[in-house]
Design a protein around this ligand. Structure first.
Ligand code: ADP
Length: 599
């Protein structure tokens, strides 16, 4: 282990009350009150990756960019979209009688295959009783997965969201492949119930008599993903293409989650207030189809970092035994995450070790942890001599040696660590994906008009101010119509979902209202162009307004230097305020570009 040599001499007698460099929480951002340092969770991430929220966020992107987001199976939210589900399936069947679909029903917030079942027809949904209390997602079942040794398998990839603003994403070069334990057959009424055939969850398949604990990394029911790619490449598969499709799926998924994550972020850590910065390791579950197209199954905010598994020695007697496959993949992910977040870098000059606070329930793979006070663990890490990087791992990296971490490691002890497993994909490939980040710009408008810090919902006044400041109201669209639009959409959004109690317009409702306005203004364009045009227009109007305000407040300043320079109108100051003129010019250029394009 690279972290085994941990000095014990330093203590942390005040536990979590002392500021730490890194807080390593087990569940969520809110496990502690933190005002500095770095936390391994983003506020709102757990909520964002729930099955319903993820499906909603991806669907918004599917509305804008259907081709780019076809890596997520068609999904419906139950119970509210049950009639839509029935109607759409009927329509699709009518237009293509050869289509013999199956569907998978997944309870919201479930994990480890809990409560999941397959159906062939919408009428088979168990709507009675508990669906009302337990919402779910019903999804088109991918009937033709890629098989290895006749078995279905999925891929768990680890992704580090290093920062939200600016967006920084890293992907681990290796992941895990989890295998079913019964040979796969396409779903029929007879085999629908066979979980060992259809569900790849480790937690389910471990109970199958056929489960094989892997003692090496390329056999058994859990293998490294690199071993799968190795096999595929020996069959002549273009694994570079597979890998680049996976990178693109990961970036697009995070682009879909980012807008709402930013709303959560500003509500928990308002700009200008002391707070920590966040990072998070996410577990992406991906299924490769027979034609090698990767499909997203789900995102995990708390992926298991266990490197042991339980073994039943005799009936009822269990023992934890090391799992080499988990260790190979997970140790590298944690090691590189710590290297990237490296508070030690800052402290290097003073020759100090970083303080890491960790929930006592947790275990880093192969890192000894020292409980110092109840609930608190302080941990110090040191490097060990390097291990040779395996050939197979190298094969995964695109172009071989370019994926360096951001360290000048030539002289540091890090030079002796194994080669990095986390590879930066964003901003590295930003140019190919930035055009997708439209909803993020809509969210920036939403945040600007939220007004009260800490809130996540827009009141009617905030919405009116948005319309007025962006000059969206005219003879065809009166302020009375604006109010009706607000009430109509907000009421509908608040009548679905879980948090009925809160009033006001949530981000998704604002996005819907925004799309609605965009469609009204430029009817003939495709939706994403309508939306982009309206965003450009709004950004231009707001930049102009900011500039006017700045000039005005300068005038007041010159006359009465002691006066407050900014008259709040319920607006949250956007970062754009720092460079209004530049911003306005950028917005004006875009607008001019659009106009000439239309002419
Ligand atoms: P959970 O969080 O309960 O594990 P998942 O969404 O990961 O829920 O689904 C569990 C398993 O079901 C997956 O690992 C996969 O094997 C299978 N599965 C899920 N969705 C689909 C789908 N649309 N098509 C085919 N198989 C699926």
């Amino acid at each position: 282990s690279i972290f085994s040599d941990i000095p014990v001499e330093k203590g942390c007698p005040f536990g979590r009350r002392l500021p730490c460099d890194i807080y390593w929480h087990g569940v969520s951002f809110h496990d502690n009150e933190i005002f500095s340092g770095q936390v391994n969770k983003f506020p709102g991430m757990t909520e964002m990756v729930r099955k319903i929220t993820l499906s909603r966020a991806v669907r918004t992107m599917q509305d804008l960019f259907p081709e780019e987001y076809n890596f997520y199976p068609r999904s419906w939210i139950l119970p509210e979209e049950f009639p839509l589900f029935v109607a759409e399936v009927r329509m699709m069947k009518e237009s293509d009688p050869a289509w013999k679909p199956a569907f998978i029903v997944k309870p919201d917030g479930g994990c480890q295959g809990d409560g999941i079942y397959l159906i062939k027809d919408p009428s088979d949904i168990r709507l009675a009783g508990n669906l009302q209390s337990r919402p779910a997602v019903v999804q088109e079942y991918i009937c033709k997965p890629l098989l290895i040794d006749k078995l279905k398998f999925d891929i768990r990839l680890y992704v580090l969201l290093k920062s939200l603003e600016p967006l920084e994403i890293y992907i681990a070069k290796d992941g895990l492949s989890r295998f079913c334990t019964e040979p796969y057959q396409e779903p029929t009424l007879k085999n629908l119930h066979q979980v060992f055939m259809h569900l790849t969850n480790y937690s389910l398949n471990i109970h199958s008599g056929n489960f094989i604990h892997s003692d090496s990394v390329n056999t058994g029911s859990k293998r490294t993903f690199s071993s799968i790619l190795y096999r595929l490449s020996s069959r002549g598969v273009d694994i570079k293409k597979v890998w680049s499709d996976i990178i693109s799926l990961v970036i697009k998924t995070i682009v879909a989650l980012t807008p709402e994550l930013k709303v959560y972020y500003q509500s928990d850590i308002p700009t200008g207030k002391p707070g920590p910065t966040c990072f998070q390791i996410l577990g992406f579950d991906i299924l490769l189809m027979k034609n090698l197209k990767p499909m997203l199954l789900e995102v995990n905010a708390n992926p298991s970092m266990r490197i042991e598994h339980e073994q039943e020695l005799s009936p009822g007697v269990f023992e934890n035994v090391p799992s080499p496959v988990d260790e190979e993949v997970k140790v590298a992910v944690i090691r590189d995450t710590l290297r990237l977040m490296d508070p030690y870098k800052k402290k290097k000059k003073d020759n100090l070790f970083p303080d890491i606070y960790m929930d006592s329930k947790q275990r880093f793979p192969s890192i000894s942890v020292i409980p110092l006070s109840p609930g608190t663990i302080t941990l110090y890490y040191r490097s060990q001599p390097s291990e040779p990087a395996s050939e197979k791992k190298e094969q995964l990296s695109e172009g071989g040696s370019t994926d360096k971490l951001e360290h000048d490691s030539s002289k540091s002890p890090e030079a002796s660590l194994p080669s990095p497993c986390l590879k930066q994909v964003f901003p590295k490939y930003a140019k190919q994906f930035n055009y997708l980040r439209l909803v993020e710009r809509v969210a920036a408008l939403f945040i600007r008009f939220l007004g009260v810090k800490g809130t996540m919902r827009l009141g009617p006044t905030g919405f009116r101010t948005f319309v007025r400041n962006c000059k969206l109201s005219n003879s065809n669209f009166s302020m009375a119509t604006v109010d009706i639009l607000y009430i109509d959409i907000t009421r509908r959004w608040n009548s679905v979902g879980m948090d009925h109690k809160e009033s006001g317009m949530c981000l998704q409702a604002f996005v819907e209202a925004f799309f609605c306005l965009a469609q009204k203004r430029c009817k003939s364009l495709p939706l994403h162009e309508q939306v982009a045009t309206l965003i450009d227009f709004c950004e231009y109007q707001l930049a102009t307004l900011d500039e006017k305000r700045l000039v005005c407040s300068r005038g007041i300043m010159e006359r009465r230097p002691a006066l407050i320079t900014y008259q709040p109108d319920g607006l949250h100051l956007a970062p754009a305020h720092h460079a209004p003129l530049l911003n306005r010019m950028a917005a004006a250029n875009k607008l001019a570009g659009y106009r000439s394009h239309r002419l």
